[in-house]
Design a protein around this ligand. Structure first.
Ligand code: G3I
Length: 382
């Protein structure tokens, strides 16, 4: 796969200083370096995704694997260098922050927030309410619990207040409620749904999060909303009703877990109709998987598949770029070696879903994002 050569590319030297990338010298290609007046140091290269996106006010983020950050030097450098926002892939989930009842373990999440501050990145908080990755003292499957309905309500309120207050002022966007609907557009019959006897827990969760951290942008986040259909329609109806009740919801997160097995979704229409409700929108967990070999889970079966993946990545980014309300674009990690996809989609095997290969070298999928951002000067500023 070719590597993009940007015509306005700059000569640069990047030095890793104590985990923080410093960009030294910025010289137009072909020009002689300035003799006396060196450019002031920048925090990241001029052709990085974050620098190119900043020109239209877009944040490009990544989910972060805290087992790699700080220990894997190349992983850490790319995280700092390429992205202007970060999302905790796992360490802000309830099972991670309160594994035993009443004992909070914020350390890893705090480390990520500190890294983001040091590298001038914003943080997407993920997530305050989900039926997965709950602590076992609360529920082993998200649908059953030994706690009474009143206890479930009380622990959810305490959890949202405690977590949103712990990170108060540090979170740009909170995924307050994650994946409350199934693929048939029905509300999931989770412990929350059962305790409230309906979807009333959703409005309460947003109100509590807003009281705890009034400046954070509060999002509903889900997958398959990119496709028009019963699920997207159900979430649209919910969000419209929340807005009508003046519930403090500010954004809609389109996860963007795509596969070349399926047709490309009508993402633009869906971004537009949610934005027309007066919401920000964001691509929050983008990856584009394809069929891969059983014995090499990130090697596509079809040698042409990467071109289809590049097209999906490019169209997804451009759909966001075209809409002023779309404030961030976040791949769900960047290195194929650390993606959740091969472990979950194993029959048939899928993988190769991210923009860097297993050795953390940028793929063609990275190149198309870089090129689209480089050419995005006419996109509306946000
Ligand atoms: O931390 C434990 C570790 O102690 C244990 O030894 C190991 C054994 O399997 O498991 C570890 O937990 C794993 C955790 O990731 C941290 O690595 C879980 O098994 C594993 O299920 C979990 O997977 C995460 C998944 O959410 C859980 O549903 C993925 O990393 C994460 O990428 C994925 O992210 C979700 C978003 O939050 C919501 N949208 C969909 C997206 C993809 O599923």
């Amino acid at each position: 796969m070719h590597r993009l050569r940007l015509t306005f590319a700059v000569a640069s030297t990047a030095v890793l200083l104590g985990g923080q990338l410093t960009f030294v010298g910025s010289v137009p290609a072909g020009a002689a370096p300035p003799a006396a007046k060196p450019s002031p140091p920048q925090a990241y290269p001029a052709d990085s995704l974050r620098a190119l996106a900043a020109r239209v006010g877009l944040r490009v983020g990544t989910a972060v694997n805290m087992d790699q950050l700080g220990t894997n030097e190349k992983y850490t450098q790319i995280t700092a260098q390429q992205f202007s926002s970060v999302t905790a892939e796992n360490v802000m989930k309830w099972s991670e922050v309160e594994p035993t009842r009443g004992n909070y373990t914020w350390e890893k999440a705090d480390q990520l927030v500190a890294f983001a501050k040091k590298n001038k990145q914003l943080v997407r908080g993920h997530t305050l309410l989900w039926h997965n990755q709950l602590p076992t003292w609360l529920s082993s499957d998200g649908y059953t619990t030994t706690l009474s309905n009143d206890e479930v309500k009380a622990v959810l309120k305490k959890h949202i207040f405690d977590q949103a207050r712990h990170f108060k002022g540090d979170i740009w966007q909170w995924d307050v409620v994650n994946e409350a609907f199934d693929d048939n557009g029905q509300p999931r019959q989770t412990i929350w749904y059962k305790a409230w006897g309906g979807t009333g827990y959703i409005a309460d969760a947003f109100r509590w999060a807003h009281q705890a951290d009034p400046k954070a942008l509060l999002f509903y986040n889900d997958y398959n909303l990119e496709f028009t259909g019963v699920k997207s329609d159900a979430v649209y109806a919910l969000v419209r009703s929340l807005k009508a009740q003046r519930v403090p919801i500010h954004g809609l997160g389109f996860q963007g877990h795509l596969s070349t097995q399926y047709g490309y979704p009508d993402l633009t229409n869906n971004l537009e109709r949610f934005a027309a409700l007066g919401l920000k929108v964001a691509l929050t967990e983008v990856d584009v998987r394809t069929l891969t070999k059983a014995d090499a889970v990130n090697e596509p079966v079809d040698a042409l598949a990467p071109y289809a993946q590049e097209s999906y990545w490019s169209r997804t980014l451009k759909a966001c770029l075209a809409i002023r309300a779309c404030i961030s674009f976040t791949p769900w990690g960047f290195g194929d070696a650390y993606s959740w996809v091969p472990g979950v989609f194993a029959d048939p095997q899928e993988g190769a879903a991210l923009i860097y290969d297993e050795q953390l070298n940028p793929k063609g999928q990275y190149d198309v994002l870089q090129q689209d951002l480089a050419l995005a000067a006419g996109a509306p500023r946000r």
